[in-house]
Each structure stands twice: as C-alpha cells, then as structure tokens.
Design a protein around this ligand. Structure first.
Ligand code: PEP
Ligand code: MN
Length: 468
C-alpha cells in the first residue's frame, strides 16, 4: 500500500516537472534590455528618483509565486494540445480609482459566468486569465498631445501619469509605479480571498449574478445552462455519495502587457530551489503589438523569463518574423511557453492569418493561438466615440476558428476587453446598441469594452461555433 502511494507520488511529481528541460540564456539578465531600443517608455524627468523607486520595488513582495506560474504554464501546454480553452479578459487599462470591490467582483462574475458557459458547451476545462492586477501601462500612437497651443506628454496609463490635460498630471512620476504595485496587490488579495472563500463555487452560480441584468435577452439561455450544470453536479454527488469539493474553487491567473520595463525588471526575481528568473508581477505577461520588434528591448526582456509569455500578432507581421520571434522567445520549443495572440481585424484575418498558421505548422513550433477580436476592429463614430462593432468582433472570431480548423490547427482561446459594468462602449450585441447609446454610459479612458451581456453573448457564440 505504502509502496503504491510512493509510486503514485513519483508518477505525479513526474507530470508536475517541467515537460521539457530548457536552457537558461547565458547572455541574459533582467537588465540586458537596457542595451536595446525600448519603445513606448515615458521620459522621467528625474533619473535618481526613478532608480530609487526601482530599488524600493525590488524589495517589495512579489504579487504571484513561481508555483502558480509553472502551474499555468502546464495548463497552457495542455491548451496547446487541445485539452483546454483559455479565456483571457478584463479592462483595456485599469485605473487606480477603479481598484474598488464592486468593479473587481463584477469583472470576476462575468469571467466566471463566461467560463461556465464555455466549460459546459465545449466540454473542456477553461483556463481563466484576468487582464488585471497590473494592467496600468498603455502604448500610445503619439508621444505628445496638443490642444490649442499647448503640447503635453500623452497619457500612458496610471502607472506613468494621469489623464487630465495639465503639466502636473501628464509629467511622468516614478512613484506611481509603487502605487500601482500596491493597487495590484490589493486587487490580487481581494480576488484570492473571494475565490478561497467560495465565490467561484460551482454549487452557487447565483453568487455571480449581476444586479442590473434582470431582463437580459440572454438570461434564459444562461439560466438553462446553469440549471444543466447544477443537475450534473447533483448527479455526480449522488452517484459518488460525496460533496464535490474541487468545485468550490477555481484557479484564476493574472496577465498584463509588460510594457513599462523599469517596473517589470524590478519585479523579476530568482526563487529558492528554482533555476532561472521569473517575472513575479504577473503569471502571464504579454508583449504588445507596438513593442514586438525582434531586436527591441521587450523581446530581449521576455526572452530570459520562465513565465509563459504571449505576443500580440498584428496584420503587418510576416511569417518569417513570426518564426524568428518563436526562435528567440522559445528556442527549446518548450510546451506551454509561447502564445500568439492574433489580432488582425475582421477585414484582414482571411488574408493574413493562414500564412502565419502554416509557417508555425511547417516549422513544428509549439504555440497556443488565441484570438483578440477587439484591437483590429477599433473605429471612430461620427459622434466622436472610439468604438467596436459587435458584428466585426464576432466575425473575426468566427473566421479565425474556421481558418485554424481548415488548416488542421486550433484556436485555443480568446482575449477580450470587457467589464461587468453596464457600459455602452461597443456597438451591437443582443441589445443592438447604436451610436446614440454610446453617449449614455461610455466610461473607458482608453479602448471600448464589451459589457456583461455582450461578453456572455461572445461565450455563447463560441460554444455554438465549437461546442456539441
Ligand atoms: C491592448 O491589449 O490594450 C493593446 C494595446 O493591444 P495591441 O498591442 O494588440 O494593440
Ligand atoms: Mn486595448
């Protein structure tokens, strides 16, 4: 008996070891990015203050652990094999004032409801990854903004400066990184406490109901699904004679665009009994589309991390560039290490995606493909709002599933900008929001997000497309 237990334990630890040993780049350190061109960085007026903040940050506790990071990497490796589906979502940009219990729990509710729909419909475990607890730095199309005869630095996210158009608000202040770290820690703490306390318990999906959704056109479908899951849980508990404890909690991971390199570097740590370096500010950092140059500072920084990493891939990326990115970021073709987040736009996905997918297949690169149907579909309305049409979001997602399937590849996840609030930022969806609706509840300071109903509808559409 004991022998069996030992054998079992050994078998288990074998599966928990990294799936493949990888080499540590010997010419890399957390600061080697400094020798490269770092795009989209603020110009801090006081280098001494910046260095002081970096020192302070490097002493502060990390936000996540290496165990969690490696557990996620394993789940992404499984998603690469078609055994899981990844749901990644949250705000375009968090703001310090939004670090508030209602907003955080509403966002969690939407992600939990969507994942319930996906688990039920796809019959696959879902990896839940929030865009939160550090999504405070934004790339901008211009370094400065001009109003009348005043030119000021662009707003680059709460990590860096503030949106108000004044010299004081727009001057980059390194102390904001310390504040952002604290806000991220508070967010993580609350999310962890909710999950550990049973908020994600599949026995109680009513915890995830949002007050304002009383008459949603989608609620009937959703209720039916909840009832079906409830019946399945009761059935399993009846035949096993046990309460299913592992339904009490759900793993939740965090991600953000690791754009502001002085911050990311300060949170890059070595861990006892682990080799290599981890970015302990988040489980799953990604490189944005505007900073994914092969010889740029961001790729250099990401190259040496042990985290699973993602890269946004836009329509201008060539198959050759994509393969070089894979070689640089994942030279050992390690399972779970690399995700490509494709964001082509509904009008371009048909033309641009197939060659990229085929190149990856031809070279046997192990990657997870996730579709971000938001960022290639941004437009401005005649009444001056930055928006996205639900139909374009849906169309890019649909086309992407089809293209992957036709090539014998697989789209293994979705990346969305969403909120649990009743905002009107994207057009269309079940309530058919129009341009005049945008005036009613447009709250984003950066990109337009799907509201709760539109998010749930996307989950249902994925299931209709992919599920049984
Ligand atoms: C984003 O995810 O908010 C973003 C800026 O995306 P991308 O880098 O794909 O443009
Ligand atoms: Mn965005």
């Amino acid at each position: 008996m004991i022998k069996n237990r030992v054998a079992e334990a050994i078998a288990m630890s074998a599966t928990e070891r990294p799936l493949q040993s990888v080499s540590v780049p010997s010419d890399w350190a957390p600061g080697t990015w400094r020798a490269r061109t770092a795009l989209q960085q603020p110009t801090y007026p006081d280098a001494v203050a910046l260095a002081g903040v970096q020192d302070e940050l490097s002493q502060l506790p990390p936000l996540v652990t290496s165990w969690e990071i490696l557990a996620l990497k394993k789940q992404i490796a499984e998603a690469q094999e078609g055994k899981r589906f990844v749901l990644q979502g949250g705000d375009c940009a968090e703001s310090f004032t939004d670090c508030e219990s209602g907003l955080i729990s509403n966002r969690l509710k939407v992600l939990l409801q969507m994942s319930l729909v996906l688990v039920h419909g796809l019959r696959l475990p879902v990896v839940r990854v929030g865009r939160f607890a550090g999504q405070y730095a934004k790339p901008r199309s211009t370094d400065t903004e001009t109003k009348g005869d005043v030119t000021l630095p662009s707003y680059r996210g709460d990590f860096i400066n503030q949106p108000d158009f004044t010299v004081e608000a727009r001057t980059p202040d390194p102390r904001r990184m310390v504040k952002g770290h604290a806000r991220s820690a508070m967010t993580m703490n609350f999310v962890r406490a909710l999950i550990d306390g049973g908020f994600a318990d599949l026995h109680h999906p009513e915890y995830w109901d949002l007050d304002w959704v009383g008459h949603s056109p989608l609620s009937e479908d959703y209720r039916r699904m909840v009832a079906a899951v409830g019946d399945a849980v009761k059935f399993m508990e009846t035949i096993s004679g046990e309460f299913l404890h592992n339904l009490n909690r759900a793993d939740f991971y965090t991600s953000h665009e690791a754009l502001l390199l002085p911050y990311e570097e300060a949170l890059t740590r070595q861990v006892p009994r682990q080799w290599g370096w981890f970015n302990l500010s988040t489980h799953f950092p990604w490189i944005g589309m505007r900073t994914a140059e092969l010889d740029g500072a961001h790729v250099e920084y990401f190259r040496g991390l042990r985290n699973p990493v993602a890269v946004k891939v836009g329509p201008s990326v060539t198959p050759e560039q994509l393969l070089k990115l894979a070689d640089t970021l994942n030279p050992d073709n390690e399972p779970g290490r690399l995700t490509f987040i494709q964001r082509m736009g509904a009008g371009k996905v048909e033309e641009k995606l197939p060659a990229l997918v085929q190149a990856v297949q031809r070279e046997g690169k192990r990657v997870l493909w996730i579709c971000d149907p938001m960022h290639g579909n941004t437009e401005s309305t005649s009444n001056g709002f930055k928006t996205r049409r639900f139909d374009n979001i849906r169309s890019e997602l649909d086309r992407s599933f089809d293209i992957h399937a036709a090539l014998g590849s697989r789209l293994g996840g979705v990346h969305l900008e969403l909120t649990g609030e009743n905002v009107t930022e994207c057009l269309g969806g079940a309530r058919e929001l129009t341009e005049t609706d945008l005036e009613r509840a447009y709250r984003s300071t950066v990109d337009p997000r799907l509201n709760y109903e539109q998010s749930l509808e996307i989950a249902m559409l994925i299931v209709r497309k992919q599920g049984q």
